[in-house]
Write a new protein. Structure first.
Length: 237
């Protein structure tokens, strides 16, 4: 995903410290992981809001995000390794934040599915770049502890997702997306101030984005087929 051999290129206008870098990048990783779990809790409310939609259609809200996120995670990380991780991180976080706001305002199911796809692309860009930036900005003797903390943020997202989702859904399912907006804006501002840029000079090949998209398409087709069969079984009953 991200090479350990990295060179940091701190900017003069950034007040970099290992603690601040770890906090900012762990927060971003937490956001991306949280969205895999928090929307599961809101799924029944989304279904009631878009009544008349089949289960296979509704499943795209969950499956579309998971498929795109998994398929693009490695190639987008390698692309950022070559051309600059900060640009990939800021671009991914900005896309994730904007798409979250668009999800909250979605007027119909398929616009929600489309914006969830954009969310997944943003998350797939910010997750590996956050790890690469962390490795480059952290002194060697602190890297193991920093990576453990970064990884623990994903585990915390998995554990807290149902709780946070349940609380937000009490107001509206749209709040599971709105909550990402202020956190994303805070992350963008903090990253620009505290996190130094880096790239991996050993990466020279452009990753196979087309192959990743083809894999995502095949997974999506399989998911749609299974959803259609589930609908058929429900109708038969």
């Amino acid at each position: 995903m991200t090479a350990v051999v990295a060179t940091a290129a701190p900017s003069a206008d950034r007040e970099s410290s290992p603690g601040a870098v770890l906090a900012v990048l762990s927060l971003a990783a937490f956001m991306a992981s949280l969205d895999l779990f928090i929307v599961n809790v809101a799924f029944p409310e989304i279904g009631r809001n878009y009544s008349g939609s089949s289960l296979s259609d509704l499943s795209w809200v969950l499956n579309g995000y998971a498929v795109l996120y998994a398929a693009l995670l490695v190639p987008l990380g390698r692309l950022a390794d070559r051309y600059g991780r900060m640009a990939g991180f800021l671009g991914g976080l900005a896309l994730f934040t904007i798409a979250s706001a668009a999800c909250a305002a979605s007027p119909n199911l398929w616009s929600l599915v489309a914006f969830r796809g954009l969310q997944a692309v943003g998350a797939a860009a910010l997750t590996p770049t956050s790890l690469g930036l962390l490795l480059a900005a952290t002194p060697a003797e602190r890297r193991v502890r920093a990576v453990r903390t970064w990884a623990a943020s994903g585990a915390l997202a998995a554990a807290s997702g149902p709780v946070i989702g349940g609380l937000l859904v009490q107001a509206s399912w749209r709040w599971v997306f709105i909550v990402n907006v202020p956190v994303g804006l805070l992350g963008l501002a903090a990253a620009r101030r505290f996190v130094p840029d880096s790239r991996d000079a050993t990466v020279t090949r452009i990753p196979d984005l087309l192959g990743a998209l083809l894999i995502a398409a095949s997974w999506s087709s399989a998911s749609q087929l299974m959803g259609t069969r589930a609908d058929s079984v429900n109708v038969a009953r």
